[in-house]
Design a protein around this ligand. Structure first.
Ligand code: SF4
Length: 274
């Protein structure tokens, strides 16, 4: 299914002014806040180092797979000092299920050495420092800043980029440009939670291949309504995670998460997307 380009909103089909788009974008954010009041990072972590490592591991795999892998990893290497001294082959073996395990092991050992040698063994709380760490780009840095340091950040992953284009917020494919454009639309205080809500929506309802338009609570605000399944009954069957009555991705979800925790490694898992 082709991804939609920017079109006028469904209602009226009139050309939309920039101000109209901004108002509609903010309304989408408010609606998503009601649909996902419990939106959160879907990686399990207990401190900044764990979130940094988990985010690096999450490239090209699901958060569920990472969450099933990190308990053993953090049991063996709980601190940057421990991970910096890891035998590469042993670390690779633990993270193998997340894919690209040799490159990821190099990044994890490299960033741990940098944390140990340049930052006193602590994860720095500034973007300019975080992006100097091996394997850490703007997306990873923003995840860490927003979720452990309270520094607002927009996290443009594959879901956020796709939905921002479907919502008509941008036509850009480049994540850095998407981030800059969306940052102009929303106040800074909204950036982190907006990111979680949009990613939640992309994983549960507005999927890459078959968006469940017929079961979408923001359909009236979306210019791309109709790129996916519009039949309500068929669309309801496409819903994922707690919206589809399935487990989530976190083994340790926050207390307000309405779904079931994800199954640990080695048990039967549900099919997940992103
Ligand atoms: S599911 Fe359909 S209507 Fe809902 S946001 Fe995605 S494209 Fe728009």
């Amino acid at each position: 299914m082709a991804e939609s380009k920017v079109e006028p909103p469904v209602k009226g089909r009139k050309p939309e002014s920039h101000l109209g788009m901004v108002r509609r974008a903010r309304k989408i954010n408010r609606e998503l806040a009601e649909v996902y009041p419990y939106a959160h990072p879907e990686l399990d972590f207990e401190n900044p180092f764990e979130l940094l490592v988990a985010t690096v591991l999450s490239a090209q795999t699901t958060d569920l797979r990472v969450n099933q892998t990190t308990p053993a990893l953090f049991a063996k290497y709980p601190t940057p000092e421990d991970m910096a001294a890891a035998v590469p082959e042993e670390l690779e073996e633990i993270i193998r299920p997340t894919g690209f395990f040799r490159a990821k092991a190099r990044s994890l050992i490299g960033l741990s050495i940098a944390l140990r040698d340049n930052f006193g063994g602590e994860v720095p709380g500034r973007l300019v420092d975080l992006v100097t760490l091996p394997g850490v780009g703007r997306k990873t840095a923003n995840v860490v800043l927003g979720n452990v340091f309270g520094v607002p950040g927009i996290t443009v992953d594959t879901h956020f980029g796709r939905l921002a284009r479907r919502f008509g917020w941008t036509t850009d494919e480049d994540p850095v440009k998407v981030e800059a454009t969306v940052a102009e639309i929303f106040p800074k205080s909204e950036w982190t939670m907006l990111s979680h809500r949009v990613v939640f929506h992309g994983r549960r309802i507005c999927h890459a291949r078959r968006p469940a338009c017929g079961a979408c609570p923001i359909a009236a605000l979306c210019p791309s309504y109709g790129v996916g399944e519009t039949d309500p009954e068929k669309a309801a069957k496409l819903l994922k995670y707690e919206k589809g009555g399935q487990p989530g991705q976190r083994l340790k979800p926050p207390a307000d998460y309405p779904g079931e925790p994800a199954p640990p490694a080695g048990t039967v898992t549900v099919e997940v997307s992103g």
